[in-house]
Design a protein around this ligand. Structure first.
Ligand code: FAD
Length: 149
């Protein structure tokens, strides 16, 4: 097996056709990685979350990295790494339109809010929804894939 660089077009095809990525963020020199579902549109990844560690960390340091892959077996795979910036989309005038765009893209899948809207322990009931939408503006993207030669 050999490894080749992917073109930007090949990277975008993998990210567009994918749904799950590994989101890495960092705070106080400590990394944190969790799987998430996302939707890709015009150089942005959109996702949905409850409050928690990753949101706290991305609020304090918006620089993130997301890895998406398409793995069939050891000899057939593509992997894309994206560096980008976290930006929350609150339900207010300036971001309402993009928030609705994010919701529209994500809800193309049944039960799209699972498991991002669930936690292992019961969450406190509040008058306002605690879930949030965010985007990651992709700053750079690289891809590598297996090849036969
Ligand atoms: C296929 C898939 C898709 C998912 N899609 C989404 C999504 O779109 N949006 C979303 O917000 N979440 C999604 N999740 C869940 C996500 O991986 C996190 O578990 C969840 O978001 C909670 O993260 P948090 O930082 O708020 O953790 P908290 O509830 O704040 O908990 C923090 C601690 O819990 C542990 N922990 C948290 N998550 C995980 C995990 N996944 N595995 C092991 N330990 C963990 C860590 O040790 C961490 O220090 C998905 C998970 C899977 C498997």
């Amino acid at each position: 097996m050999h490894v080749q660089e992917m073109t930007q077009e090949e990277c975008i095809a993998i990210v567009s056709n994918g749904r799950m990525g590994n989101l890495a963020c960092a705070r106080d020199n400590r990394p944190y990685v969790v799987p998430i579902y996302y939707a890709f549109s015009e150089n942005h990844l959109y996702s949905f979350s409850m409050p928690g560690q990753k949101v706290d960390w991305m609020r304090s340091n918006p620089h993130v990295c997301v890895q998406v892959d398409n793995f069939s077996d050891q000899g057939h795979w593509q992997s894309v790494v994206m560096y980008g910036l976290y930006h929350e989309l609150p339900d207010i005038a300036g971001t309402k339109h993009e928030r609705e765009h994010a919701r529209f893209l994500l809800q193309q899948h049944a039960n799209w809010w699972e498991p991002g809207g669930l936690k292992p322990t019961p969450q406190p009931m509040t008058a306002f929804p605690t879930h949030l939408f965010y985007r990651i503006a992709i700053e750079s993207m690289t891809g590598r894939r297996s090849s036969e030669r």
